[in-house]
Ligand binder design. Structure first.
Ligand SMILES: [Zn+2]
Length: 245
């Protein structure tokens, strides 16, 4: 059964009430709606717990899409009790973890502004994220860090604009990723815009992001690796380079 993905319209929603619509054979749970982000586009799905009417908790380990994008499956940790269909529960996202992922994910967008080459891959992590670019140039790590921190401290607003799948197909130029599929298949696509009137950047993305660049906080490029002749892998970490030295 399709699930209403509340996180698509509110990145800061950490808790919500929902009704269990199915408990599948593999133990995965479906709800009428959810605030748990499902693994997609390089951002890992949410973890957290369900609070039942009697106060007991069910820990959730994994959130992912089912056979289609509108199906969202919540996987409980091993040995947990399962709820029953029709039960109303309160969902709680592990917010400290998710907020780090939102900051990191936003940092990846900023890196694509500073380093304007086609993206061939990306993975958002709590402690480190990586973005792969199709580029042959050698670029100075500290210069990239400085440019990133300038965008952070300028505190640009970040907002979402919705376009239809057809509009995206008609404007392929707005997609920066080469091998990463844009988030189509749900009728509408979110454009993540940075800066007043998208002056800094806009990019189709279905992930969750912070609402202004200052929230990203201190980040730096920890490493730039050469992965083949035309591929550079950038690793972003939190904190200042000095703090880790
Ligand atoms: Zn994004």
């Amino acid at each position: 059964m399709p699930t209403t993905a509340l996180y698509r319209d509110d990145f800061y929603l950490s808790t919500c009430e929902a009704v269990v619509t199915a408990v599948n054979e593999d133990g995965s749970i479906e709800f009428d709606r959810t605030c748990f982000y499902a693994t997609s586009g390089g951002q890992p799905g949410d973890t957290g717990f369900l609070e039942r009417a009697d106060g007991s908790r069910i820990t959730l380990d994994v959130t992912r899409h089912g056979a289609t994008k509108d199906i969202i499956l919540h996987m409980p940790a091993e040995g947990q009790d399962l709820p029953t269909a029709g039960e109303t529960i309160v969902m709680h996202v592990d917010w400290p973890r998710r907020y780090k992922l939102m900051r990191m994910h936003t940092a990846c967008h900023l890196l694509s502004v500073v380093c304007p080459f086609p993206i061939t891959g990306a993975a958002v992590g709590e402690d480190e994220s990586r973005v792969d670019f199709d580029m042959t140039e050698t670029i100075d790590r500290d210069t990239v860090t400085k440019d990133l921190m300038r965008l952070v401290s300028e505190n640009h607003p970040i907002f979402v604009q919705w376009i239809t799948d057809d509009e995206l197909v008609a404007n392929p130029g707005i997609v920066k990723s080469k091998n990463v599929r844009p988030p189509v298949g749900m009728g509408r696509v979110s454009l993540v815009c940075i800066g007043e009137d998208s002056a800094v950047d806009s990019q189709p993305c279905g992930g969750t992001h912070v609402s202004e660049t200052q929230e990203v906080g201190a980040i730096h490029i920890a490493k730039i690796e050469k992965k083949g002749k035309e591929n550079r892998r950038f690793r972003i970490r939190f904190g200042t380079p000095d703090a880790l030295a």
